[in-house]
Design a protein around this ligand. Structure first.
Ligand code: SAM
Length: 215
């Protein structure tokens, strides 16, 4: 799986963030610059990802490889992407390179913010974070992770959140196929209120909605 590096600005748009609460978890953060930027704004921000147990050279390599590999997926499925939000491919690459640099700088200066772990079992206590964000893992990789995994992962994200979980996008990678069992999954999550909300971001065609799970 790709280790991509979305920027704080992309997270703001994908998750329709206005103000951040006191504590935020970025789950499956990869090489994203979100945690570094949120921490710089005074938020108790933590990132979790299975790749955080890699050695520094291997992590740098995985993050650097994420950019061309992500761009190749877009090229392969060009008709399934729109450029209104980014403007053009050069701007997207610029944002991702800046975010990767920000991430790599922060991992070395504040390693305590980057925790090794993977869904569906996270190394955090119940209700540890006000807000939990999940970008481009659930639904995106529905070919790799099945329905039972998704249900367990959503329950785990809810367990570590005090208030809200936000997940984006709700379609699969590449051509952006919908995930057929999404409505059934949400019906099974009776312990929370599940809402699908429009966001001010679209890259995969029609993938302009996030899932919000509220306690
Ligand atoms: C496409 S990247 C998304 C990275 C970042 N959230 C972003 O939007 O740029 C997917 C990330 O999910 C991580 N991942 C894979 N399996 C995971 C799991 N079971 N639990 C948590 N993260 C996982 C990968 O290591 C990778 O960094």
């Amino acid at each position: 799986m790709l280790v991509t590096s979305r920027s704080y600005a992309e997270y703001e748009a994908m998750f329709d963030l206005t103000e951040l609460p006191a504590s935020v978890l970025d789950c499956c953060a990869g090489g994203s610059g979100f945690t570094a930027e949120a921490a710089a704004r005074g938020v108790d921000a933590i990132a979790v990802d299975p790749v955080y147990d890699l050695s520094t050279p291997d992590l740098v390599d995985a993050v650097r490889r994420g950019l061309p590999a992500g761009a190749a997926i877009v090229d392969e499925h060009a008709a399934s992407f729109v450029w209104n939000w980014y403007g053009d491919p050069a701007r997207k690459d610029e944002m991702r390179i800046e975010a990767a640099d920000r991430f790599l700088q922060d991992v070395s200066s504040a390693p305590e913010r980057y925790v090794h772990g993977s869904l569906p079992e996270l190394p955090f206590e119940d209700q540890r974070f006000d807000l939990v964000l999940c970008s481009h893992l659930l639904f995106t990789w529905a070919e790799k992770y099945d329905r039972a995994w998704h249900l367990a992962a959503l329950r785990e994200l809810v367990r570590v959140s005090r208030s809200e979980v936000r997940v984006f996008p709700l379609v699969q990678q590449g051509a952006g196929e919908p995930v057929a069992y999404l409505p059934e999954l949400l019906a099974e999550l009776t312990e929370v209120t599940a809402t699908i909300r429009q966001v001010p971001y679209e890259f995969q065609v029609d993938a302009d909605k996030m899932l919000v799970l509220s306690r």
